[in-house]
Design a protein around this ligand. Structure first.
Ligand SMILES: *[C@@H]1O[C@H](CO)[C@@H](O)[C@H](O)[C@H]1NC(C)=O
Ligand SMILES: *[C@@H]1O[C@H](CO)[C@@H](O)[C@H](O)[C@H]1NC(C)=O
Ligand SMILES: *[C@@H]1O[C@H](CO)[C@@H](O)[C@H](O)[C@H]1NC(C)=O
Length: 434
């Protein structure tokens, strides 16, 4: 039942003698119902791209997000099935304020979904026999074994168990631009739990850890950014960069954050946001998340329209791409091109699938090999593999159906993953036709 129906029901069923409580409850209901129905902005009708007729329902879900005013700026969606691009759609604005439409080659920040690509790089190194997930990190990177970190495994880093979601030493932008300095900061760092004992999302440090490890393992000492460029993007003609060059900045859509009214409207559509806000606002001021915000202080999501951050090599968050290019990477990873079947088989099952509350996100998460997993919606005992990013960005691989789905937008949403209504509608429509 929508709130407007609730308000009507209230008018019909209650005795509306002008008692104060009755009246104020009624007024609140009407206001909420209005906000729920209110278009907060003029919907864009600009939609481009193409799709296979069998995926009409998916295209319809994508279009509805715009027509119903749920997609504030722009978005792109791609689906690969058995290595074939079956849906490639984009629409809305690359920048509403300057009336710039989203085009075929428009890109956006994919935020934490970048971690899926960093993790794929590690999988490619494993595939080439250069390291194993069970290796101790110090086997490849001896200097890491300081301050109680000597027993950390590669998989501990990938499943956010390294104990370094936060670092005491202040990380400056200059440090972040210098991979040697970052590696030394990580070497000196003291974990906040015994590595391997707990898991808590390493929102920013994940990328630096993986990057420093990569440089030790790769025969050419390449970091994640260079590895992606030389082994994935260039050879397969894919537009995906971790930190872009100056001449690519003009293609990036302008990211905007949801306003106050959109917070209310989306909460009315999905009441689970109340739980999210509770977790967010009720946590103590010295929580791990708070400390992540404080250090590095310059890695503020709102600042990601700044060209300086868009050019920064930060393998946790500065991936720049669009849905078609992002999805293609994982189409190649799952059809035997980037990874052997054997390594891809391994990735199908999470390594942390027991129920636990993530120490940072304070929410139960299933993890493995740098990815997040969710139960397969139709096949019992199987998993979907992927990674979400801030504001609704998403990359998803369904090995059972040989599907890859990528969805990115520049009108950042209140919630990501399960809480991103626009993306969930698309995913549901896809499984309704499979
Ligand atoms: C894998 O997918 C890519 C991208 O669609 C395609 O070009 C390639 O032919 C596929 N390879 C195999 C072995 O299926
Ligand atoms: C690492 O593991 C060894 C062998 O189990 C143990 O003796 C040592 O105390 C561990 N080190 C740390 C810092 O936990
Ligand atoms: C890998 O898996 C694909 C699809 O299941 C299959 O066609 C291919 O023959 C396999 N390749 C190897 C080397 O096993």
């Amino acid at each position: 039942m929508t709130l407007s129906q609730l308000a009507l029901l209230f008018t019909a069923k209650t005795d509306l003698r002008p008692s104060k409580t009755n009246l104020s409850f009624f007024v609140v209901c009407v206001i909420l119902a209005l906000i729920h129905q209110l278009p907060l902005f003029t919907p864009s009708t600009h939609i481009g791209g193409s799709y296979d007729r069998r995926y009409e329902a998916v295209a319809e879900a994508f279009r509805r997000n715009f027509y119903e005013g749920r997609e504030r700026e722009g978005a792109s969606l791609a689906v690969y099935h058995k290595g074939q691009l079956v849906v490639n759609l984009w629409g809305g604005y690359a920048d509403r304020e300057s009336d710039r439409n989203w085009q075929r080659d428009t890109t956006t920040m994919v935020y934490s979904a970048t971690k899926a690509v960093a993790s794929l790089c590690i999988a490619m190194q494993v595939d080439r026999g250069l390291l194993s997930y069970s290796d101790l990190v110090i086997k490849h990177w001896p200097e890491y074994g300081q301050n109680g970190k000597e027993n950390t495994t590669v998989e501990d880093i990938l499943t956010h168990q390294a104990g370094l979601p936060i670092i005491d030493e202040t990380i400056t932008l200059a440090d972040a631009k210098d991979s040697k300095r970052m590696a030394q900061i990580l070497e000196r760092a003291r974990p906040i739990w015994t590595p391997g004992e707990k898991s808590g999302y390493h929102a920013i440090t994940f990328g630096w850890l993986v990057d420093a490890l990569m440089r030790k393992v790769d025969p050419k000492q390449r970091g994640v950014k260079q590895f992606v460029a030389e082994e994935i993007s260039r050879p397969y003609g894919i537009d995906f960069d971790i930190g872009v060059s100056q001449d690519q900045i003009h293609k990036i859509a302008r990211m905007t954050l949801p306003g106050f009214m959109e917070h209310i409207k989306e909460t009315l559509i999905d009441l689970r946001f109340l739980g999210m806000f509770a977790i967010f606002y009720l946590r103590p001021p010295n929580s791990i998340v708070q400390k992540i915000y404080e250090n590095p202080s310059w890695a503020d999501i709102r600042a990601f329209n700044s060209p300086e951050l868009q050019q920064l090599d930060l393998p946790s968050v500065t991936g720049v791409s669009n849905a078609q290019n992002f999805a293609k990477i994982f189409a190649l990873a799952s059809n035997g091109t980037l990874l052997s079947n054997l390594t891809f088989e391994l990735l199908k099952t999470p390594t942390i699938d027991y129920w636990h509350i993530d120490e940072v996100v304070l929410y139960p998460l299933v993890k493995g090999y740098g990815f997040f997993y969710e139960k397969h919606p139709t096949i019992v005992g199987k998993w979907l593999i992927g990674h979400y990013g801030y504001g609704g960005q998403s990359i998803l691989v369904d090995p059972e159906h040989q599907l890859v789905v990528a969805y990115v937008s520049n009108g950042l949403k209140l919630g990501t993953g399960e809480l991103c209504g626009t993306y969930q509608r698309i995913q549901r429509s896809l499984y309704s036709i499979l």
